[in-house]
Design a binder for this molecule. Structure first.
Ligand code: OMP
Length: 270
């Protein structure tokens, strides 16, 4: 999917919400555990209840890898379900990959070709040749970690190298890489104070912004400097939406949380 198509979706739905499918068998309603594939049943219900309120879904692969082969099958069934029944959706494999080029190209094949995701999150630490194999895929996006939502972001990302903070170097240097038009960036919602500076370096890029809800980030704070003329933001919330209830009404309660965020986004967009 191109960013133009993503923007069209956002304007039609008046939403730039991304729902994180971080499925933990200890947190999903117990009645689902009797199904052959509880993770997929959970995802299917959440997707069916929220698809009109968001534009993207982001399964974090850790929550699937943790359950071995069965978990990977649940991930595959989830992306297949999205691609078959909701092909207009933007899909993000949150895998935070990145390795020597030869290995990165296999990661890229896994997420873009085999699974059929639109995008994958990638760590920039190993540099240009570790990211360019992902960028080589047309109409697929590589979402590079720039300034993350966690406390540990201050350990390295905000430290100065020469005269620039590391996260700024990541933004600036990555713009020079081959096919850099296929880049998006992760910036945590908990780092709202940094959006003004970030937009000076990447005014036109889409930013994936996790950390609204359970991590305390605020939608309005992010939007103040994060929005651009193409919207340019995908705001992710996972636990606050998908675990709004642990009862049989889980999908309904997830929908209520998604409605709350969508309405706030509609207000911001108007
Ligand atoms: O790449 C990510 O999506 C990500 C980057 C980041 O800086 N912070 C962050 O929380 N995430 C992911 O975004 C999701 C946030 O989940 P909640 O805190 O439950 O909304 C998790 O899947 C995290 O792994």
């Amino acid at each position: 999917m191109t960013t133009k198509e993503l923007e069209i979706q956002i304007r039609q739905k008046k939403s730039f919400l991304c729902i994180g499918l971080d499925v933990d068998l200890h947190k999903i309603p117990s009645h689902l555990l009797t199904f052959d594939d509880p993770i997929f049943e959970f995802n299917k219900s959440i997707i069916d209840a929220t698809h009109h309120l968001c534009v993207a879904y982001k399964p974090n692969t850790a929550f699937y890898e943790a359950y071995g082969i069965k978990g990977w099958q649940s991930l595959k069934k989830t992306i297949d379900y999205l691609n078959e029944f909701y092909p207009e959706f933007y899909t993000i494999a949150d895998a935070k990959r990145g390795d020597i080029g030869n290995t990165s190209s296999m990661y890229a094949k896994a997420f873009f070709e085999d699974l059929g995701f639109d995008s994958v999150t990638v760590a920039p630490y190993m540099g240009k040749d570790s990211v360019e194999p992902f960028l080589a895929f047309p109409d697929k996006h590589t979402i590079l970690l720039a300034l993350t939502s966690n406390e540990g972001a201050f350990d390295f990302q905000t430290k100065k190298i020469d005269k620039n903070e590391l996260y700024k170097q990541v933004l600036e240097t990555s713009k020079t890489w081959k096919n850099s038009e296929n880049l998006m960036y992760v910036v945590g919602a908990t780092k709202a104070d940094y959006f003004k500076e970030i937009r000076k370096i990447v005014p036109n890029s889409f930013l994936l912004v996790p950390g609204v809800g359970a991590q305390g980030g605020k939608l309005e704070d992010v939007c103040e400097f994060g929005l651009n003329s193409q919207i340019g933001l995908l705001i992710n919330s996972s636990r606050e939406i998908i675990y709004a209830s642990s009862g049989k009404d889980f999908a309904e309660k997830a929908q209520e949380q998604a409605i709350r965020l969508q309405l706030a986004m509609e207000k911001i967009l108007s």
